[in-house]
Design a binder for this molecule. Structure first.
Ligand SMILES: Nc1ncnc2c1ncn2[C@@H]1O[C@H](COP(=O)(O)OP(=O)(O)OP(=O)(O)O)[C@@H](O)[C@H]1O
Length: 284
């Protein structure tokens, strides 16, 4: 595994994480002892069905939800409960791209303003911020005149490129990508995934790539962790997880993910139904 440049410490080290949500008078355990590491320049995929806890893990890393127990370390520092100024300092290194390209950009601001704001808020001068914004637009393959336009003037895929540029503008070391392509049509998805791959090659940034779609994760990630009911049931290299999964839940997830060939899809569906019947409903 690739690790932090100067030592053997992973860039991100999540150990035995527990997150409980309050539901009225009871609590619901959304994460139950989850451990994940990400090295420098590595992309780790987080897959699992809806409700398995993927977004909760992303939110805990970003400080958007309270951690019940366990530890999150970033570049060797404990950030489990980082808040206020400590959390704001982390924003230089730790960024996020959300699923919804329509809701995540302020419609009242020009794209230039949206992209420059994280830099000027951190004390960068206007001229330097303008230069960095132009570079970022180039990185995400958007034309220079994008700066004067508003988010509503762009398609979903273009908006997601703007959101990626905003996440990149402070040159972070890790981006949490929470279902960043699931709201896009298949062709746009493929182009945005290619962009994520190119950016990683160009900048060496790491990704935690959350997706319910193993097909997407197969294209972009070095390693994959599989979540099921708040637990991480399997972690391994992309090839191993997507070709030879050890856990029965991963096999089901794999068989349920769509493939382009309809005949193969039908065969996989039959196989999936057979597997369900053979193993019964509850997954071990
Ligand atoms: N703020 C909250 N309060 C109470 N329960 C929550 C809260 N947020 C999430 N949950 C519950 O925690 C569990 C995990 O949710 P989470 O959003 O992390 O799953 P997910 O795998 O990301 O699902 P999806 O793919 O649908 O986004 C779900 O049962 C969800 O209902």
């Amino acid at each position: 595994m690739k690790t932090d440049a100067n030592n053997d410490t992973p860039l991100l080290d999540v150990a035995d994480l527990v997150v409980d949500y309050r539901r009225g008078r009871t609590t619901f355990r959304a994460l139950n002892g989850v451990s994940v590491t990400i090295g420098a320049g590595e992309c780790v995929g987080l897959v699992g069905e809806s409700g398995s806890g993927k977004s909760t893990l992303g939110k805990a890393i970003l400080g958007l939800t309270e951690v019940t127990s366990g530890r999150i370390s970033f570049a060797g520092s404990d950030i489990t409960h980082a808040k206020g100024a400590a959390r704001r300092r982390l924003a230089a290194d730790l960024q996020v791209v959300f699923q919804d390209p329509y809701g995540s950009l302020d419609p009242t601001l020009t794209v230039g303003h949206i992209l420059a704001e994280p830099l000027t808020a951190a004390g960068t001068g206007r001229a330097e911020a303008r230069k960095a914004v132009a570079e970022m637009l180039d990185h995400v393959r958007l034309p220079a005149d994008t700066v004067t336009r508003y988010p509503s003037e762009f398609s979903g895929g273009q908006r997601q490129r703007i959101a990626i540029a905003r996440a990149l503008v402070r040159r972070p070391r890790l981006i949490v990508c929470d279902e960043p392509v699931s709201a896009l049509d298949l062709t746009t998805q493929a182009a945005v995934i290619d962009l994520f791959i190119d950016i990683q090659r160009e900048t060496g940034v790491s990704y935690l790539f959350v997706s319910h779609d193993l097909g997407v994760v197969r294209r972009i990630c070095h390693r994959v962790s599989v979540m099921y009911q708040g637990e991480c049931v399997e972690t391994g290299p992309n090839e191993t997880i997507t070709r030879n999964p050890a856990h029965s839940y991963t096999r089901r997830l794999l068989l349920a993910s769509p493939v382009a060939d309809p005949a193969r899809q039908a065969e996989r569906r039959r196989s999936w139904l057979g597997l369900r019947t053979a193993t019964g409903s509850p997954v071990p």
